[in-house]
Design a protein around this ligand. Structure first.
Ligand code: ATP
Ligand code: MG
Length: 463
């Protein structure tokens, strides 16, 4: 049975782990998709802005300039490096206008988040049938043509562009002026940086995150609750089995005695002996009483503290405890029991249901004897502190192991579960005591040391 529960719990935990892994995988997939969709959406918007005719015209101005520089290069008036530096100067000066227009257009579309954009120049090549002439190649370096300055590594390339142009130019060969053409290929790439894009994507997934975590927590809570219930149920079943064993045992003894007594009463020699006859009748009475008591005990204990109806009256503590101790002493005459009375000297009026309260205290005293050693010593001490009446009952008995102390007031709980025949009991005494003390708005606490003894402390408000 225990094995079955362990398997059940382990399987549940494994399934839970599998479920959360699948969920994590799905969330990650959704994240990737959302990220892609988000970047695409931004790219579309930026591309539309980039196609703006005003920006195109700025781009063209720069292009025309480049072509002129290259014509000069063809006439050996400029070097490649000079072309690059002049073209850079030109793009820097044009960029002020470019950025202004771009920002204005970006504001118009109202994206809701910040995007930086730039166009990088990647290469400028003069195409020739025989041998191409590379004027500029960015390679690993960045060369910002237009837009904001930001590092390439933080950015995303959204577009690569290439344009060709055929340009006429005037060339002086051997002092003669000639008209010639060259083909130019210019490559650029568009890059964007979306600031805080991660948090934007996360925000878009917030509901999904929240719902997943919530569902996950609910599943864990349900699982925890079910497992706890299962364990509790099993505990209750075990306790009930114990109880049935105990009560069967308790009922057997008086029933066996009754059957022997009734057989004896039928015998003529006993019928004729008045003394033995009366003695046997007394045994029948006592066993009958015992059976009645057992049944009463089970009946009373089916009530909880809320259902117990108290019939409170005022008693003087001194007198009450003196009577209680005397009556108890009478019931344990045969055993070696000493009881020390340390009830406080001042007479205090306490309001209790005499019948229930006495039974509650007697349960503790009976336990002190039942679970005592050869010589039993019980101390009853009372104190009256801050409107509370405190009763301390201490014994020098066998004590209770630490691990069992917390269960001692549970219904049907007995420490000597395996040792039924040693000391009889139903495990109801202390449960009942606690219910009664609670019904008096009081508390009961226990302290115990194995092999040394046990102390019960009861606190009840005086009014
Ligand atoms: P009954 O219902 O007849 O009182 P019980 O004595 O077994 O049966 P409780 O009085 O509720 O039941 O006590 C529960 C258990 O606590 C006992 O079985 C015993 O193991 C342990 N116990 C209680 N009082 C003491 C004590 N003074 N010293 C040692 N063990 C104790
Ligand atoms: Mg008891």
């Amino acid at each position: 049975m225990k094995n079955k529960t362990t398997i059940l719990i382990s399987t549940a935990i494994l399934v839970l782990i599998a479920l959360s892994s699948i969920q994590a995988y799905l969330i990650n997939n959704t994240y990737q998709l959302k990220k892609k969709a988000f970047i695409n959406e931004t790219t579309d918007v930026i591309s539309v802005i980039d196609d703006n005719p005003k920006l195109d015209s700025i781009y063209n101005v720069w292009g025309e300039n480049l072509k002129n520089y290259i014509a000069d290069y063809k006439n050996n008036r400029l070097t490649k490096a000079q072309i690059v530096s002049r073209s850079n100067e030109k793009s820097d000066s044009l960029n002020i206008q470019f950025k202004k227009i771009f920002d204005k257009e970006l504001k118009k579309v109202n994206l809701g988040y910040d995007v930086d954009f730039k166009i990088n120049l990647t290469s400028v090549v003069i195409l020739d049938d025989t041998k191409n002439d590379t004027i500029f190649s960015a390679g690993k370096n960045e060369c910002r043509l237009f837009g904001k300055d930001f590092k390439d590594e933080d950015s995303k390339t959204i577009n690569n562009a290439k344009w060709f142009s055929e340009q006429e130019f005037v060339e002086k060969v051997d002092g003669e002026i000639k008209f010639n053409t060259f083909d130019l290929e210019v490559k650029t790439e568009n890059k964007i940086v979306i600031k805080d894009w991660k948090s934007i994507v996360y925000k878009r997934m917030a509901f999904l995150f929240f719902a997943s975590v919530l569902i996950f927590l609910i599943v864990i809570a349900l699982l925890y609750y079910s497992i706890k219930n299962l364990i509790n149920q099993k505990k209750i079943t075990a306790i009930k089995t114990d109880f049935i064993n105990n009560i069967t045992h308790e009922l057997k003894t008086p029933l066996a005695t009754l059957s022997i007594a009734s057989k004896s009463l039928k015998k003529t020699e006993i019928k004729n002996n008045q003394d033995i006859f009366n003695g046997t009748l007394n045994i029948v009475d006592r066993q009958n009483e015992r059976l009645q008591k057992l049944i009463d005990q089970v009946m009373t204990n089916s009530l909880s503290s809320k259902e117990i109806v108290l019939n409170k009256e005022q008693v003087v503590d001194n007198e009450y405890f003196k009577n209680l101790i005397e009556d108890f002493k009478l019931s344990v005459q045969q055993q070696d029991v000493t009881i020390t009375n340390k009830v406080c000297n001042t007479e205090v009026l306490i309001r209790i249901d005499k019948f229930h309260f006495t039974t509650a205290l007697l349960n503790i005293l009976e336990n002190a004897v039942k679970y005592g050693k050869e010589t039993i010593h019980i101390t009853i001490e009372t104190k009256h502190i801050n409107g509370e009446y405190i009763i301390v009952i201490k014994d020098n008995g066998i004590g209770i192991p630490d691990k069992n102390i917390s269960l001692i007031f549970d219904k049907f709980y007995r420490v000597t579960e395996g040792n039924l025949h040693n000391v009889k009991g139903l495990g109801l005494g202390l449960y009942y005591t606690k219910q009664i003390i609670n019904a008096h708005n009081g508390t009961i606490a226990i302290e115990s040391q194995l092999h040394k003894g046990t102390t019960f402390t009861i606190k009840t408000p005086i009014n």
